[in-house]
Write a protein that binds this ligand. Sequence first.
Ligand code: ZN
Length: 236
Amino acid sequence: MTRAQPDQVAPERHLGGRAAWLRAAVLGANDGLISTASLMVGVAAADSSRSVILVAGIAGLTAGALSMAAGEYVSVSSQRDTERADLERERGELAADPDAEREELVQIYRARGLSEPLARQVADELSQADAIRVHAREELGFDVDALANPAQAAVVSASSFVVGAIVPILIVALASDTLRVPLTMLVTLAGLVTLGAVGARLGGAPQRRAAIRVLIGGALALAISLAIGRLTGAAI
Ligand SMILES: [Zn+2]
């Protein structure tokens, strides 16, 4: 298996590098924006007063941020446990059979295109410096200094969710009764397109396709919430 370059590995991994951190924040803001806006548009469609819509929005913000924090904490914790177990096993293998481990490293560099003598030289010199660090990076694919951090992941996800969720809450708090729903939908879709493009850029994906996808998804979510809010408002 060829492994990606370190700067390409970063975005798809947990909150190690700056790009991964930013990408998690963009996703959190995206979630906060679309879920809170849909919730508030749905409640507004049932002919609710401003205060009822605001209470729904703030409850949605709180519940969403807490569930993001808990979910992220749990998932990154298990990722960190896996990383630690992998490191432990790798340490054991290095202690038990250093020659086989050295050979493994040589094969990795050979597979990447280095000649046999050069692969051997690289493996030898890097192993002398810090064998476990080299094996962690080349075989396991992570930096021993940047293990997954559950608390940081939880804080980043929850706070970016709050940033996204605050947008529709502010609009409903400030806009007139007739403008609040169309304005919420408009600003939400514009925000989603922007976040989609930024997220795609950070992940190295085509920006326009990501923006269109998120625009269609967001418009659907808002339209369905609006329709269901109107139906329930009429029925109850
Ligand atoms: Zn190894």
